[in-house]
Design a protein around this ligand. Structure first.
Ligand code: PMP
Length: 366
């Protein structure tokens, strides 16, 4: 008998775990101050945009992207200091590379493990790709629990361990010794996700050639190019060759490639923007911490996690900011350790000032 409605047919066809999910939420932010997604608040200068326009003009859209990305790889390696002996793989955002890693490594039911809470997509990608996700709780003050990590690694023997350095959404940067201990203990691959590295003044990239079972994942999304959708993975060429096999053909479109090559010629613009955000982080953190009943967690990223207590819960403050057209990320119910927490991207100085005065207003009005 054929099903009469789409719902009938979907129920018998789409995986039950997928049917139970909601799609990744991207709230609208038109007209307001957008501090919810760790984007860079600065747009590229006109001169760079004009260069991009010319490069786009000269790009053939009727052909598939070239298979040979040697020239782009040369530019990316130079701009981001990828060691000569390491391989490199490009993704349509680093989200895609997270999938490729899990797909290449995990049989159904194999374990992917990460300190938790961390980037939600580690969990989602693992489950979409039929792996089992184990999140190892952070300590109450949102630091890495190394003994718990080592114990969980021994127990679950994960194929892949993801470490976000710095961690999203908490902002902490796990100590080198702890990361090294995890690399030394893990039986499979360790992915060092340096999405927020430009704000941390710290990297594992120079040490990558000495780490045969670790790879480094990076993105340009946080340094001013979130709309481009470009991420890269570097590590031993033999690992990279395996992941390249599950990469969808032509995953990097020609417009992204053309624009990226232009922007990388102006890399100092991106570096200056990141430096500005780094410089604005401490004053914003201090001003937030000075508000009544607000706890701020130390951040090495371009965002700050703040906990609201006393009369105000995270949901109330989030909503009150939203009615003032300021969008921050409410992570209050994402994990018990994040109760009443909001994650706030660092904006322009004017946006940070507007946020602070809105918060003063909200907290005073209660
Ligand atoms: N890794 C981490 C830790 C992130 O927080 C994010 C984005 N929020 C990503 C990777 C994905 O970035 P993109 O897909 O934009 O490259």
């Amino acid at each position: 008998m054929t099903s009469r409605t789409a719902a009938d047919r979907i129920a018998g066809t789409v995986r039950a775990d997928i049917r139970a999910l909601s799609a990744y939420p991207v709230p609208p932010a038109a007209g307001g101050i957008k501090l919810d997604a760790m984007e860079c608040p600065y747009e590229l200068p006109d001169a760079v945009r004009e260069d991009i326009a010319r490069a786009v003009h000269d790009t053939a859209l009727n052909r598939y992207p070239a298979g040979d990305t040697t020239e782009l790889a040369h530019d990316v390696r130079k701009a981001f200091g990828i060691p000569a002996e390491s391989g490199v793989l490009f993704g349509n955002g680093s989200d895609e590379l997270i999938h490729l890693i899990v797909q290449a490594c995990c049989e159904p039911g194999d374990t992917v493990l990460s300190p938790w809470p961390s980037f939600v997509y580690f969990d989602m990608a693992a489950r979409f790709d039929h792996a089992r996700f184990v999140g190892v709780p952070l300590t109450a003050d949102l630091q890495l629990d190394l003994p718990a990590m080592l114990q969980a690694i021994a127990q679950h023997r994960p194929k892949v361990v993801f470490l976000a350095l710095p961690n999203n959404p908490t902002g902490g940067l796990w100590p080198d010794e702890a990361v090294q201990a995890i690399i030394d203990t893990a039986p499979g691959l360790v992915v060092l996700d340096e999405a927020y590295q430009p704000f941390a003044d710290h990297t594992w990239m120079t040490r990558l050639p000495t780490l045969p079972h670790a790879v480094i994942l990076r993105t340009v999304s946080k340094i001013g190019l979130a709309g481009l959708r470009f991420g890269y993975l570097s590590g031993h060429p033999d690992w990279i060759a395996q992941f390249d096999k599950v990469r969808p053909p032509y995953n990097l479109n020609v417009l992204t490639q053309a624009a990226l090559r232009v922007v990388l010629r102006h890399k100092s613009v991106l570096d200056q923007q990141a430096a500005q955000l780094r410089a604005d982080r401490e004053p914003l953190a201090r001003a937030l911490a000075d508000l009544p009943d607000v706890t701020v967690f130390p951040s090495a990223g371009n965002f700050i996690l703040a906990r609201f207590s006393g009369e105000f819960d995270g949901n109330t403050v989030h909503l009150a900011l939203k009615t003032r057209k300021i969008l921050v990320k409410n992570v209050s119910s994402a994990h018990p350790l994040l109760a009443n927490c909001l994650r706030i991207s660092i904006g322009t100085p004017a946006e940070n000032t507007a946020l602070l005065s809105a918060l003063q207003d909200i907290l005073r009005s209660h």
